[in-house]
Design a protein around this ligand. Structure first.
Ligand code: SF4
Length: 423
């Protein structure tokens, strides 16, 4: 099989056989143990006894999902691989926005899915050449055109059941006595995280129980349509209405840059803006991985963040950088490179920072135990003329956001009536 027509004419077993033969250990089935995923696991286990299966453990799964996971382990002898989100990202998300931010707005829900699903999946896929998922074309409008096999971002994604109906799935399960997720018996027709999934009423669509408080067209978490689907195209059209800018948060460790920037991000997203946050700690886990804390490496880190901010803001996105960025010269270098650059100085006295610091790093640095600690044993060069200064020892994050918002209004980057962006 080497072209799209071959795959379209092939059965689910033939497509799976091809993937297992072609990619071997570099192929895995992604499943949340819904009916379709279970059918794929069953089909694949008849082809190979060593097929790989993984699932995203978001930390918010219902207990019944762990029950069916255990059933799969025992019935098929498969060591299901669990993929977890980054602890630091989850901690930051729930500390700033609370554990149930998804109920408050679509951007909040997208942020939660991004941290708990999309990013962990991306990390897992980096280890694979091909993967399978249980999408069917008749499940929703956003899934109506999924091909059986597609190449996405350098790897192959297969949907062996793309042309199956729900009735065919049911029939296969009954015929082969495939175990099913316990929640189906309680009226669920699609299963995900516990707080975002409910049973459906008679006559409701199959995915009506997912994020039931949202409109149908938006009911995807991003793991299947992040790169090129209809969802992104619709957003891109919205983005054309906006011009980007860069908000650069600088300040010492613990001053509140991340907290305030995430608050601001949510506020901007709620008003329809396209926003990306480049958090210094997170950036160091990928974009600047391997860089140390010498002056040269710190400057290089800032240049890289600046480069991405420039790309984003030139393409209509609001880029928010939250990085200590201790040296004035390289901050000014980045400022010169990016149009619409807004510097936010997050001030906080050292004694307050030391008091807040649960890890005790400030106290150890003040005791001379940590070299190159910004603001203590290494310089922090405060901005000379930032567009806005906030002080987290005197203001709440909400007050700081108000202050920054007022500056953005003054600069003409957001609207005066605060109901929509005008940039
Ligand atoms: S489904 Fe709900 S709880 Fe799960 S990651 Fe998405 S928003 Fe968060």
């Amino acid at each position: 099989m080497d072209n799209r027509n071959d795959f379209e004419a092939a059965s689910a077993s033939e497509v799976l056989s091809w993937a297992i033969d072609t990619f071997g250990e570099s192929f895995a089935i992604a499943t949340s143990f819904q009916r379709e995923g279970m059918v794929i696991v069953d089909l694949a286990s008849r082809i190979s006894s060593s097929v790989r299966v993984f699932t995203l453990d978001t930390g918010r799964l219902p207990d019944e999902t762990y029950q069916i996971l255990e059933t799969v382990r025992q019935r098929y002898g498969i060591n299901v691989e669990l993929v977890f989100p980054e602890r630091a990202e989850v901690e930051q998300l729930v500390t700033i926005h609370g554990p149930n931010l998804f109920y408050r707005s679509v951007p909040g829900r997208e942020r939660c899915c991004d941290v708990r699903k999309v990013r962990p999946l991306a990390r897992k896929l980096e280890t694979l050449k091909a993967w399978a998922a249980g999408l069917r074309r008749d499940q929703s409008d956003t899934r109506s055109a999924v091909p059986k096999v597609e190449r996405k971002e350098g790897r192959v994604k297969i949907h062996p059941l793309a042309d199956w109906t729900g009735a065919q799935v049911e029939e296969y399960i009954a015929r082969h006595k495939v175990p099913v997720h316990p929640l189906y018996a309680r009226g669920y027709t699609s299963i995900g995280c516990a707080p975002c999934t409910r049973a459906v009423e008679p006559g409701e669509s199959e995915r009506a129980g997912r994020w039931w408080w949202e409109e149908d067209a938006k009911k995807e978490c991003g793991i299947h349509f992040a790169a090129d689907g209809q969802v992104r195209r619709a957003q891109a059209q919205e983005d054309e209405m906006h011009k980007g800018f860069t908000l650069w948060f600088t300040g010492m460790s613990g001053a509140g840059k991340s907290t305030i920037s995430r608050e601001l991000e949510l506020r901007l997203r709620e008003r329809g803006a396209k926003v990306e946050v480049l958090d210094g700690d997170v950036v160091r886990t990928h974009l600047s991985k391997g860089l140390g804390f010498s002056k040269d490496d710190r400057d290089e880190n800032i240049r890289r963040i600046g480069f991405v901010c420039d790309l984003l803001s030139r393409n209509g996105v609001i880029a928010i950088a939250a990085a200590i960025s201790p040296y004035r010269a390289v901050r000014d270098e980045v400022r010169a490179q990016i149009p619409n650059f807004v510097e936010v100085f997050v001030e906080c006295p050292v004694d307050v920072l030391a008091e807040r610091d649960v890890k005790g790093l400030y106290k150890r640095a003040l005791a001379g135990e940590i070299p190159h600690f910004t603001g203590i044993s290494d310089p922090y060069e405060a901005p000379l003329s930032p567009e806005v200064t906030v002080n987290s020892s005197l203001e709440s994050p909400a007050e700081s956001v108000e202050k920054i918002w007022a500056t953005l209004e003054r600069l003409g980057l957001v609207s005066f009536d605060r109901s929509a962006l005008t940039h």
